[in-house]
Ligand binder design. Sequence first.
Ligand SMILES: [Zn+2]
Ligand SMILES: [Zn+2]
Length: 260
Amino acid sequence: MKLFFKPLTYIAIVVLALFACKSDDSVKGNTNSDNEEAVTELHAAFSAFNSDAVTALLSDDGTEVYIETTGFPDHTSIYWEPNHPLYIDEPGVTKTTQNTFIGGGHGEAASFTVDAIPNLSGASVTTQLGTIGIAVSGASIFNDQEGMGDLDQAAGSLDWAGAHKGPGVYHYHLEPTPITSDDDSLVGILLDGVFIYGRQCSATGTHPTDLDASGGHTSTTQYTNGVEEYHYHIINEVYPASNYAYAPAYVLFSGPFQGY
Ligand SMILES: [Zn+2]
Ligand SMILES: [Zn+2]
């Protein structure tokens, strides 16, 4: 009898183990399907944001994060007023208009509320013109389109940070080199609540090769304490901006959002 039951027990254990693995994987994939999911503390990645500009607050019920920024970056640019300590001359850059400067515009502050845990189960959503995210510097992130025409035509006005300013807010279109230059630094958070990092991933120390159309994938980051989490990267693909003064250029985020 013993000889007869032992193999059966073994098979039963193997089947249970296989089932357990499969069910673990499904749970991981669906972790973010419920946007009412709550957290008990603000994501550790918010510690990387410039606290002079950016405020992030977790809602009382832990389901949403409110983020606001002055819109003013913590790095140098030709777009500061010439008497500002962070002003630098950038001879290769043609400003959008000569008398535009950071702090001299309208509507430079921005705020938005995101799910504390992004909802990754819905359809992807195309990005729109205007602010699509907030960088750790405090400045706005825009997509790869320029309101008045092609981004390529505006590339000559982009400063060393891959940013410029019209009448409105100072904003990045390209890899913001004061924040990240071909490394795994946190770049910011987008309007869908998903964080975006530089061209490399801290999980591997390399340019990830498993990115989706948005530059996203699921892995650990330096802010997730060993837990895998969906996040974006700047895609490591040179953007041929003909008159950008600081080539090579990399588009910061062209979408679509995956976290709405
Ligand atoms: Zn622009
Ligand atoms: Zn990654």
